[in-house]
Design a protein around this ligand. Structure first.
Ligand code: HEM
Length: 402
């Protein structure tokens, strides 16, 4: 790849401060217009950083597409079109919506609320295990990653006893440094687990997603093949695992750094946990290299004509600190009432798992701080390692004592 020009800096952008969006993204937002960046293959997609312009792109019908096999799509690697080309959320219209509708039923606010007591119980069980293990612990490995795994197993209907196997496999899927063969093996093992469980639901149906997929959609309606249904199960595990885990971890760190905010949360968790979750989503905006789209018809965005065939990357961290939308955007304030953040995206591809994730965060933080009121970092903040260039921003480890 040729060196990026100063007008089109290399993307992913680096953060100077781990608690703020990349400076370049913020500067682009202040300039008011979409700007070009240079990605791995030398192409120069547009980076959109303003809140209103991202809403325009992600909310437009038909003008921008999510299909990673479109030649103009700003792929993350040369493998992306092959690996992700068939996934429903990398498609548009009739290839996306029918599958999305099939899944929606298990991810409504109502379903997430119905799961709240079970999520609370599972969180307490994990805290029992954490306390039994003794300090210091790595809260990413022992808590933040474990919560979404046990919860998604519950949603799917994977037996509790198999959570460790699922946890091990899904952890490997998102490890950046792991060799490809190990990742493929982890994927295979997850696939086999879900296929076995799904087969079992044919004779022992329950209220979980796997049971509904196989009994209603494969066997009764025939709108999915068994193989497609299994793949949807693995997709749901993959999409919700690292994202929620990173948010739980980053949220813990923010509360440790800002004891005043933590005191507000703990003064009345029932009152403040929901606002805290929205504010953490805004503040961290941990999906940092997506959403991506390809322009399908010439469209003006912020005074710039984006042409059909050009790539677009939306920068959520910059948009969620847009001063035209959020007062004092750099400040973490869990009592903030403006909830227009786009941490879960916007438009037809907006996050499927957001309601579930919200309940997980709302239960995880107050329960952790109630159980371990003396919780503190076991290392200096400067020793924490954040991943800057991954799809999701997050901490590799969060060593704590109490
Ligand atoms: C804090 C946690 C999470 C964050 C920050 C997050 C963020 C996002 C974002 C920004 C998008 C939009 C992508 C785009 O427009 O291209 C998205 C889509 C999606 N998310 Fe999440 N997500 C989280 C948790 C989850 C969970 C728990 C699940 C599954 C149970 C999940 C499943 C999905 C799926 C399937 C899509 C694609 C939806 C579609 O295209 O129709 N996510 N997520």
């Amino acid at each position: 790849m040729e060196s990026p020009s100063p007008e089109a800096p290399a993307f992913p952008l680096q953060r100077g401060c781990p608690f703020a969006p990349p400076e370049t993204a913020s500067a682009f937002r202040e300039s008011g217009t979409p700007r070009r960046v240079t990605i791995w293959d030398g192409s120069e997609p547009w980076l959109i950083t303003r809140h209103d312009q991202i809403q325009q792109v992600l909310g437009a019908r038909g003008a921008f597409g999510a299909d990673v096999t479109d030649p103009g799509f700003p792929n993350t690697s040369s493998a992306q079109p092959t690996v992700e080309g068939e996934i429903f959320f990398r498609k548009d219209g009739d290839e996306h919506l029918p599958i999305r509708r099939i899944l929606n039923a298990d991810f409504t606010v109502k379903r997430a609320e119905a799961l709240r007591p079970r999520i609370a119980e599972l969180t307490e069980q994990l805290l029992d295990e954490l306390e039994a293990k003794g300090e210091p612990v790595d809260l990413i490995e022992d808590f933040a990653l474990a919560v979404p795994t046990v919860v998604i197993c519950e949603v799917l209907g994977v037996p509790y006893g198999e959570r460790h196997a699922v946890h091990e496999s899904s952890k490997k899927l998102v490890q950046l440094s792991l060799p490809m063969e190990e990742k493929l093996a982890a994927h295979q093992s997850l696939h086999e687990n879900l296929a076995r469980n799904m087969e079992h639901k044919r004779t022992s149906p329950d209220s979980g997603l796997l049971s509904r997929l196989v009994n209603t959609h494969v066997d009764e309606r025939g709108d999915l093949t068994f193989e497609q249904a299994v793949r949807l199960g693995t997709l749901v595990i993959g999409a919700g695992h690292e994202t929620t885990a990173n948010m739980i971890g980053l949220g813990i760190l923010a509360f440790l750094r800002e004891p005043g905010q933590r005191a507000v949360l703990m003064s009345d968790p029932a009152k403040y946990a929901s606002g805290a979750t929205e504010e953490m989503m805004r503040y961290w905006s941990m999906v940092q290299t997506e959403p991506r789209r390809v322009c399908l018809e010439d469209t003006e965005v912020g005074g710039v004509l984006i042409r059909a065939g050009e790539g677009i990357i939306c920068n959520l961290p910059a948009a969620n600190r847009d001063p035209e939308v959020f007062a004092e955007p750099e400040k973490l304030d869990i009592t903030r009432t403006d909830r227009r953040h786009m941490g879960f995206g916007f438009g037809v591809h907006q996050c499927l798992g957001q309601n579930l994730s919200r309940v997980e965060m709302q239960e995880a933080w107050p329960r952790l701080f109630r159980r371990l009121p003396g919780l503190r970092l076991a290392v200096d903040v400067s020793e924490l390692h954040f991943h800057d260039d991954a799809l999701t921003y997050g901490l590799e480890r969060l060593p704590v004592t109490w």
